[in-house]
Write a protein that binds this ligand. Sequence first.
Ligand code: SF4
Length: 489
Amino acid sequence: MSPQMPPAHPFDDDKLKEECGVFGVVGVTDAANFVALGLHALQHRGQEAGGIVTHDPKTGFNQARRMGLVRDNFTSADTMEELPGSIGIGHVRYSTAGNKGQTAMRDVQPFFGEFSMGGAAIAHNGNITNAVALRRELIERGSIFQSSSDSECIIHLMARSMGRQIPDRMEEALRKVEGAFSIVAMTRTKLIGCRDPLGVRPLVLGKIGDGWALASETCALDIIGAEFIREIEAGEMVVATDKGVESHFPFRTKKSRFCIFEHVYFSRPDSILGGRSVYETRENIGRELAKEAAVDADIVCPVPDSGTPAAIGYSLQSGIPYAMGIIRNNYMGRTFIEPTEQIRNMGVRLKLNVNRALIKDKRVILVDDSVVRGTTSRKIKEMILDAGAAEVHFRIASPPTAWPCFYGVDTPQREKLLAATMSEDEMRKHLGVDSLRFISLNGLYRAVGEAEGRNNASPAYCDACFSGEYPVAPSDMIEQGFQPRTAAE
Ligand code: SF4
């Protein structure tokens, strides 16, 4: 493994991973600095690589792509001087469907294309579920692909369009695409944002001085001092210039199906989703969980950091004291570039440590956001028992994750998901805990603001990784043998 290529952190590997964050700005001096800051705020959405494209009338399009973190790559004066201009977009990535866990330089976005009416760059968050079929067709018709990324199809489809302007070409290209896309794109003067007809992945619009910004999450607007204006709607395309923002709805809009897992885990707790802070929603999830899955215990501890708001909610609802029974070392980051076997065996202890004084002889409720493979949950349980806990009760702030995501989130194959092969009680035995309860799907819907729970005839969110009901058929995966949920399951 190249030292330039940080591996997935050995102790982060039991979480679903959001694959990308996107950001763009127009109408500001030194756009690249704003883009770098925005990407830094979105780093939780992808840590393997990042890229920035800007345009300046004197130098034309300027591009920089790097492996690793934004703070290590887009802070030096040298790099930023190579990216002049008042318009720019950027992308951080984990890895794409085409190249899981192993980012290659050629897959780092934004992608750039030179068209007869000028250049355009695009940054894509999501996943195109018919990319294999599209790529096959495009290659047969003469396209030469440079990367293994599904997103590159969009550039080739734009190249084949007869549209007179770049936004027209994007529209035509995206009508052929299935799956999830939140896209930030740019021409010499236009910043373009669009979301797929279901609005699966987030995208927000902000205002900064006389300029405009687009970002995956509002936390990236905050860092540059931009005012949050609104979310881009499902099926909407906006074109922002120095003169203002134009909006239209070129993609057939159905009822939106935003990713419910953004509320549980992917988005930063200080971001706003659906008009409410993600933190507040997570606290609500903890409250619902306490109502549904009460247990007699002495303390409620989060699995930090992502379980913290839900643990606080559980504690407030149940009246059981909240305690920081597990402390996370936030400086671990990805510093162990190539951990030795001995260090790997220390596992989760390198990142999390038990606060023995709080745990000893206590009946402990541990609140975590999700259980994927269960490997980390088992290790945490061992640490808690080693510290002298009298009982360990797991409470999970999402329903059992039993199905893979095909909309821009890295998930293990279905058979590796604990909930795909075991009942709740089998999982409890496997994890070796006194009790294990997940929030119900209805409880999760209530916590995110759907008072009546899940409307099974017309759900308000994508919840496919819990329900197995995919709002867009993952056609490439079905062709490769994946079997979506059947009526009998
Ligand atoms: S399958 Fe799960 S993670 Fe993927 S978009 Fe739907 S809710 Fe989100």
